[in-house]
Design a protein around this ligand. Sequence first.
Ligand code: ZN
Length: 381
Amino acid sequence: MIHHHHPLASSCLGTQRQLSSFHFGTAGSTAGSAAGKAYIQASLHADELPGMLTAWALKQALRQLEEEGKIIGEIILVPQANPIGHAQGVLGYQLGRFELASGQNFNRHYPQLTTAVYAAVKSQLGADAKANTALIRAAIRQHLAQLSAASELASLRKTLMHLAADADIVLDLHCDCNAALHVYTGTPLWEQCEPLARYLQSHAQLLATESGDYPFDEACSQTWWELQALCRQDGLDVPIELACLSVTVELRGQHHVSGKLAQQDAAAILDFLRFRGLISADSIPPQPVLPYPATPLAGSENLVAPHPGVVNFLREPGSLVAAGEAVAEVIDPLQDKVAVLSSAHGGMLYAHELHPYATTGMTVAKVATAQAFKSGKLLSA
Ligand SMILES: [Zn+2]
């Protein structure tokens, strides 16, 4: 295991934060060899800690596997992806989703690579898909290296992208408020993602080609299908792989930080890495049945409070709910009003709000449904 330190741009006089990455196995797989590269980070939203405990379990397991000579290719682990957010303690609360200085979400506004990469590689693409992948990855690295980082947050984004963007597999470990385990990935990547979702026993699989505002996972993966589209548009008949499986893994809710769950989730991720050939194994672990099929992110239904009140949750995340079935009540004890919230389409109830007080218009719960009915930006702020 090699420990690398990546200094971030200093924001204040007298302080400088750094990001730590831990590297297992052998680098060099980025040239397109079969072995491959995986990148796993946790707690980019610094108040989402199940992933950090999972990363700790992974770190110990990977160290052991490395000693046994079982890591093929390269695995990079970043247990704390957001040292800026972890320093944002305010009045006894850790504010880890948005940077206090700018108000920006730590998981938005990652660099869009497609235009620059296409311009750099267009004339050199050929009939060999692997050679094209190596060429595109080199262009991605080159483009990221020359990006300016005008703030500490920009330098964090650049550093994370630099570590991840040329990997075959990128896992960004988050969590929701109170939730069942679920994943977000690119629609064209579902086939590659399904084994991971099965190992993790993911209860909702939310697919989009564009969620809006460039979250980290899409910034890593979207380039590849956008390059395919640009080549088609220009009449270039060249094979472009979907060379980066990038997945945001929501490890349940903010309070689901437990050694038992972390061991379980780390074991599932290791099984997936065995399946993908990054860890040698005598046999590929069998894939359990997926609890609920993949559905469009545009079909994720927000159950919204029509008036303020205290929330009485009637169903737990991870429950299948029928159309019209009561999921939660919002109770106004002053005017004796009770709003019963239900899904219009029916599906998998995958997340709840954590704090059981609703303001008017607040999303109280989320249901994955099969019908895509939304457009525009698909993620919450
Ligand atoms: Zn998050």
